[in-house]
Design a protein around this ligand. Structure first.
Ligand SMILES: CC(C)(COP(=O)(O)OP(=O)(O)OC[C@H]1O[C@@H](n2cnc3c(N)ncnc32)[C@H](O)[C@@H]1OP(=O)(O)O)[C@@H](O)C(=O)NCCC(=O)NCCS
Length: 190
């Protein structure tokens, strides 16, 4: 475990990342049951307010336990949670972590995931002192790989059978990483 901040709010040009709150429970509804989200995260397959509140509570517990730093993604204009971005799988020395993210379908295609991921990676490599942030992406997930590419991540190849989905199958992942100093999206700003 690593010491994670009790509270965190990160403000970027386009998005704000902030702690999950109980009133965000409905934000999980649009992704409950989506395979790309639920198979590799603890987001419930079926939505109920109770299941969503339990998920939010688990994020708090994992934060306190130093295992996952999950933040809700919102725009600067609106407090409504649109998605999640997290750092997890911290190495014992606290120098490495993996990043994960999802957005509600209605919020996709506007560059918000790229902006959110950039903001958390900047914080991780800067303030928090990580030296490497890893993306593990299903090889067919082209939008996610594009995000890694936009953030200047380096492709490290396929790690075979590295991630177990909650159906029990092991999946190959395309591994990308960013190291050292904070990265900004390349080319046009999202
Ligand atoms: C992955 C996810 C967060 C991307 O959200 P998004 O809003 O589309 O992300 P962004 O708009 O910030 O960036 C997506 C990039 O992929 C590109 N893209 C979208 N569809 C694509 C496709 N089929 N092929 C290649 N690139 C594609 C977009 O053009 C954009 O690149 P650009 O900024 O250079 O134009 C969203 O699809 C999601 O929540 N998926 C389910 C969960 C998931 O897969 N999480 C990642 C696990 S590793």
């Amino acid at each position: 475990m690593v010491p994670l901040p009790d509270e965190l709010r990160l403000e970027g040009d386009r998005v704000v990342l902030r702690d999950w709150r109980d009133e965000d429970a409905p934000a999980l509804a649009p992704v409950c049951g989506e395979w790309d989200v639920c198979a590799f995260s603890s987001v419930p397959w079926s939505y109920s307010e109770g299941a969503a509140l339990a998920w939010i509570d688990r994020q708090r517990r994992k934060r306190a336990a130093g295992t996952v730093l999950a933040l809700a993604i919102q725009t600067r204009e609106e407090e409504r949670a649109l998605g999640n971005v997290n750092l997890a799988s911290f190495s014992d020395d606290g120098r490495e972590a993996a990043i994960g993210y999802w957005l509600a379908p209605a919020a996709r295609g506007r560059g918000l995931a790229t902006a959110a991921t950039a903001l958390l990676i900047d914080w991780g490599l800067g303030t928090f002192g990580l030296e490497r942030v890893e993306f593990a992406i299903l090889p067919g997930n082209l939008p996610s790989q594009r995000i890694a590419e936009r953030l200047g991540a380096i492709p490290e190849g396929i790690r075979e059978g590295s991630h177990r989905a909650d159906d029990g199958r092991w999946w190959d992942m395309a591994i990308w990483s960013v190291r050292g100093s904070p990265r900004r999206p390349t080319s046009s700003a999202p």
